[in-house]
Design a protein around this ligand. Structure first.
Ligand SMILES: Cc1ncc(COP(=O)(O)O)c(C=O)c1O
Length: 423
């Protein structure tokens, strides 16, 4: 499918007069339409809730949009919990799916009433010691091991993943938790990442539902919710077919009817923790081409770098690039599009066929709305960019300012840095 930016060259020419590149821009209209579709796709389940994976895009303005469609927050750290609390979310609207969790983070999660999703069997004891007693509602992350396959091949390798309880640990854990007073149980699993197929959630759901039925029969645990977590993917490359959330929701409904309903578990709530699917396509990284270098290859140097978008550098991930204003020009130039880090993997694209790029051209790097700005770091002393919301009426709102040197140096107060820098 042709990838078209959600913003035009004319709009960007206006925006850059106020907000210099690089920046991430998000599409309110797209976020809303998609969140509405997710809500509709699972409306057959009375208790359905999407807990947006805050780690993907921890911006309260964007999360606020999702809240209009009933979404809560899935948190993995203290600061994500703090952000959710600052947004006045109720406890049951916060899922805490962490791993290798410090005691202080469990205390904080418990204090704000978040639902705790344990990553490991030993954490039952750890949590009890930390809190004095186990909360009434508790969830466990399941990892059946092995390879996760769907009809069109291997999806991922849970047997190699550090997360979750084994099957035996899950059964043993539920018995122990029940003895210790837990009343409401949840199950969670994340077995494959960025799945571009409508089969992933239904296959995962079937596996979880079957285990849930056995768990209930063997331990008597009252299973209130099953959390399918994240992993629903997006088409980063133009040749991929996007997932259809209505087909996915219907697929989950079918296995729900087949497995849970006959077992008398038709009141179980389905939860999800999607990040990428909720936000990924609705973000662009906008950068300016500032250098053209002709050596052993043709390089386009831009004013963004891996600090603004790490996925190509760490995973070799493909992100589509549009040269704004040249959408219909022939892609007859082969470029490496690179950032300014002193790291040779700081390349947004390698050997990419694009229209001829001149200094000053604006490039849109697609699908940066999730695990984009959030993954940024400060290597080489580079500063993280601004985030801007393109609103439904076409106006823009700054939803996070760009970092400044003063922010970068803030933790060097032991060196009296602000005085020395004259800030
Ligand atoms: C526990 C948990 N839930 C949800 C997500 C969101 O995943 P995705 O963005 O692929 O939907 C992640 C991603 O790392 C995760 O670790």
């Amino acid at each position: 499918m042709k990838k078209t930016p959600f913003v035009t060259r004319e709009q960007l020419d206006e925006i850059v007069k106020t907000y210099p590149t690089p920046f991430h821009i998000y599409d309110e209209k797209g976020i809303r339409e998609n969140a509405k579709a997710v809500k509709e796709a699972f409306s057959w389940n009375k208790g359905f809730k999407e807990y947006f994976a805050v780690k993907a895009t921890p911006n309260p303005f964007l999360i606020d949009i999702l809240r209009d469609y009933g979404c809560g927050c899935d948190c993995s750290s203290l600061t994500e919990l703090m952000l959710s609390e600052a947004m006045d979310l109720n406890g049951e609207d916060i899922m805490f799916s962490s791993n290798e969790t410090p005691a202080a983070e469990y205390e904080y999660a418990n204090k704000i009433g978040a639902i705790i999703n344990l990553d490991d069997f030993t954490h039952i004891d750890f949590l009890e010691k930390t809190l004095g007693k186990l909360p009434e509602t508790l969830s466990c992350r399941y990892n059946p091991g092995g390879i996760f396959t769907v009809s069109n091949g291997i999806m991922d390798n849970p047997g190699d993943a550090k997360y979750g309880f084994t099957t035996e640990q899950l059964f043993e854990g539920f018995k122990i938790m029940k003895q210790k007073g837990v009343k409401n149980f949840g199950m969670h699993a994340f077995l494959a990442s960025n799945t571009v197929t409508n089969d992933y959630y239904p296959m995962l759901a079937k596996q979880l539902f079957e285990v849930a039925v056995k768990l209930k029969a063997e331990t008597g645990a009252e299973i209130k919710f099953i959390n399918l977590s994240g992993g629903v993917g997006i088409p980063y490359t133009p040749d991929q077919t996007p997932n259809d959330i209505h087909v996915i929701g219907e697929g989950v409904r079918k296995v729900f009817e087949e497995v849970l309903v006959p077992a008398g578990m038709g009141d179980v709530s389905i939860y999800t923790e999607m990040g990428r699917f909720m936000m990924g396509p609705y973000g662009h990284l906008v950068t300016t081409a500032i250098h053209a270098k002709h050596t052993h290859k043709e390089y386009i140097g831009c004013d963004a770098c891996a600090v603004n978008l790490m996925r190509p550098a760490i995973y070799g991930a493909y992100h589509h690039i549009t040269v704004m204003g040249k959408e219909n020009d022939p892609c007859d130039h082969k470029y490496d599009v690179v950032g300014s880090l002193c790291e040779n993997n700081d390349k947004f694209a390698i050997d990419r066929m694009l229209p001829e790029i001149e200094n000053g051209d604006l490039l849109v790097i697609h699908d940066t709305g999730a695990h984009g700005h959030a993954m940024g770091y400060n290597y080489n002393g580079k500063l993280k960019s601004a985030e801007i919301l393109l609103k439904e009426d076409g106006s823009v709102q700054l939803i996070r300012r760009a970092e400044t040197p003063k922010d970068y140096f803030a933790t060097l107060d032991c060196f009296d840095i602000y005085r020395k820098m004259g800030f």
